[in-house]
Design a protein around this ligand. Structure first.
Ligand code: SF4
Ligand code: FES
Length: 247
C-alpha cells in the first residue's frame, strides 16, 4: 500500500504545532498502525530528519499508551487500541490524518504524545482499600456474588487509554472514573472507602479540568475495552449517596 499521511508535529508544549504531509510506500496490510509509523520513522531517520514522537509500550492492547486520533476517531476506525489496529482497515492510496488526543487536561508533550498524568492523579485521589496484605486469603472466605464479580472484572479491563476523553465533546472523564468506581464498588473489599473514594475521584477530575457528562455516549463507542455507559449511572448514584450521607 502507498499512503499519504498528515501527521501532527509539535516540538514541545508551547509550540503551536501543525499538520505535516508524508508519503509512505510498501506498507503491508498485515502491519499494525504503529508498525506503519515505524516504517515512516525509519525513512525519516535515513533522510536525517527527526522521527515522529508517538507513545507505545506493550503493543498488545494492554497498557493503554498508544493514544492516537486517526481520521478524527480515537484509535481509528475499529473498536480497538491503535497498536491492535491493522493496515487492512485502510485502502491503497488513502490519506490518513494522525493527531494526538485533543483535551485540555491532556497537554501535548511532543508531536503525538500527550501527558495523561491527570488520570494517575485521579487514581491516586481514590486512595487505598482496607484489605490485608500478606499471603492470599482463601478465596471463599470473602463471598462475592457472581454477577457482581463479573461486572467488577469487566470494568477492571479499563486500560486508562483516555480514548473516552478524546472522543467526548465535553472532554469528560466520566467513563474512566465510572469504570474505576464500579470496579471497586462492586466488591466486598471496596466497601469501606466506597463513598469517600467517589467524592475524591470526581473532585480530582474536576480539578484536572475534565468536563461533565451530558449523555452523548461517544466515550463508550470509542472505548477499546467496551466499558459500558452504565458505569456513569453507577458513578452518579454512588456520588449522590455519598453526598446525601455527608461524605
Ligand atoms: S474507559 Fe475505555 S476509553 Fe476510557 S480510559 Fe478506560 S479503556 Fe480507555
Ligand atoms: S501499546 Fe499498549 S495498548 Fe497499545
Amino acid at each position: 500500500m502507498n499512503l499519504t499521511l498528515k501527521i501532527w508535529r509539535q516540538a514541545g508544549p508551547q509550540d503551536k504545532g501543525g499538520l505535516h504531509t508524508y508519503q509512505v510506500a510498501g506498507i503491508s496490510s498485515d502491519m499494525s498502525f504503529l508498525e506503519m509509523l515505524d516504517v515512516l520513522n525509519e525513512q525519516l531517520n535515513e533522510k536525517g530528519e527527526e522521527p515522529i514522537a508517538f507513545d507505545h509500550d506493550c503493543r498488545e492492547g494492554i497498557c493503554g499508551t498508544c493514544s492516537l486520533m486517526i481520521n478524527g476517531q480515537a484509535h481509528g476506525p475499529e473498536v480497538t487500541t491503535t497498536c491492535q489496529l491493522h493496515m487492512r482497515s485502510f485502502a491503497d492510496g488513502d490519506t490518513i490524518t494522525v493527531e494526538p488526543w485533543r483535551a485540555g487536561p491532556f497537554p501535548v508533550i511532543k508531536d503525538l504524545i500527550v501527558d495523561r498524568s491527570a488520570f494517575d492523579r485521579i487514581i491516586q485521589s481514590g486512595g487505598y482499600i482496607s484489605a490485608n496484605t500478606g499471603s492470599a486469603p482463601e478465596a471463599n472466605s470473602v463471598p462475592a456474588p457472581r454477577d457482581k464479580a463479573m461486572r467488577a472484572f469487566n470494568v477492571a479491563t479499563c486500560i486508562a487509554c483516555g480514548a473516552c476523553v478524546a472522543a467526548c465533546p465535553n472532554g469528560s472523564a466520566s467513563l474512566f472514573v465510572g469504570a474505576k468506581i464500579t470496579h471497586l464498588g462492586e466488591l466486598p473489599q471496596g466497601q469501606p472507602e466506597r463513598y469517600t473514594r467517589v467524592v475524591d475521584m470526581v473532585g480530582q477530575a474536576d480539578v484536572e479540568g475534565f468536563g461533565g457528562c451530558t449523555n452523548i455516549g461517544e466515550c463508550a463507542a470509542a472505548c477499546p475495552k467496551e466499558i459500558p455507559l452504565d458505569v456513569i449511572s453507577q458513578l452518579n448514584k454512588d456520588l449522590r449517596t455519598a453526598l446525601k450521607s455527608g461524605h
